[in-house]
Design a protein around this ligand. Structure first.
Ligand code: ZN
Length: 307
């Protein structure tokens, strides 16, 4: 087989930000803190915990500073925050000592970018360049995220060259990691393979992260496809796939289950990840849809067959 499958992967947990942002209700701050602490115990080394968007735009994440100041995770966990603009960065830098990485972002689609943050892609990139300098000057790790990398609901196909061109600009700004988001679940496994094969070639030395939504049930297949061409970094959502009918991510526990069964080391304890998911389930007050919560980890002892 000509697989470039890595023997281990890193899974960045984005649930406390990407997940809660999409929840219909506002989750109490202490529940968020409890979940992040539990994710830290489950073995996640990178957790996205807050976003510095204006609280009137995203009230679900208005308590970011409160969350940052009160979480208690092992010392080797890298905490990440998402920064939408220079104003957000001003606010984020006031509490700079509470996190380690800052993420800047853009949509590869002009229309999606405009609808999302009300600026053109060019305006966003020039602001991102200024922010990148400030973030690096603070000694923080700089990450960048490109939304709608695999297709846009308003513009349809986004040329691969446009997405990778933006990624190259981010690399020039000093980003050591670039995440490609399938924001509305339009990717398919064949395109994902072509996409990441090209990305890995054009962006040597940059950590490339795949982030898939499971909108059309192809999230895990897309993750498998990215893995097979050599992607070893994934950003996923543990504990809280969003409510029925909306565009949830793949749940981390299902991704962990698949990778570990394939012999790919995630560094995570699946039972503990499922435990975190159950905690989230309890405070969200509804059943989550991940398969691993329902079925549990694969049991190879065959004990069930004996009954
Ligand atoms: Zn997402």
């Amino acid at each position: 087989m000509s697989s470039r499958r890595p023997s281990s992967v890193t899974i960045r947990e984005v649930g406390p930000r990407d997940g809660f942002q999409n929840e219909p209700e506002i989750i109490p701050t202490d529940e968020k803190i409890r979940l992040i602490n539990s994710l830290g115990r489950a073995g996640f080394k990178r957790i996205e915990v807050a976003s510095f968007v204006r609280p009137d735009v995203l009230p679900q994440l208005a308590d970011g500073v409160e969350v940052l100041k009160n979480i208690d995770v092992p010392g080797d966990v890298s905490l990440m925050v998402l920064i939408p603009n220079s104003k957000g960065l001003d606010n984020a830098l006031k509490v700079r000592e509470y996190y380690h990485e800052a993420s800047i972002f853009v949509s590869s689609s002009e229309t999606h970018n405009m609808k999302n943050i009300n600026r053109t892609v060019a305006e966003t990139m020039s602001d991102d360049k200024v922010m990148a300098k400030r973030i690096l000057a603070e000694g923080l790790k700089l990450d960048a995220v490109i939304a709608t990398s695999f297709g846009c609901p308003y513009e349809g196909r986004i040329p691969l060259d446009r997405v990778l061109g933006l990624a190259e600009q981010f690399a020039e700004f000093g980003a050591t990691e670039i995440g490609f988001g399938d924001t509305t679940g339009m990717a398919n496994p064949a395109y994902v393979a072509d996409f990441f094969a090209a990305a890995l070639e054009r962006l040597p030395g940059v950590e490339l992260t795949a982030h898939f939504h499971n909108t059309r049930g192809q999230g895990l297949a897309n993750a498998y496809s990215a893995l097979e061409v050599g992607v070893s970094s994934f950003g996923e959502l543990g504990g809280c796939p969003v409510h029925a009918g909306s565009t949830g991510n793949i749940s981390t526990e299902d991704l962990v289950s698949m990778f570990e069964e394939m012999g790919v080391d995630t560094g995570l304890d699946l039972n503990r990840v499922i435990e975190s998911a159950r905690e989230a389930q309890a405070f969200l007050g509804r059943k989550l849809t991940s398969h691993s919560i329902l079925a549990g980890p694969v049991d190879w002892t065959g004990t069930l067959a004996a009954h």
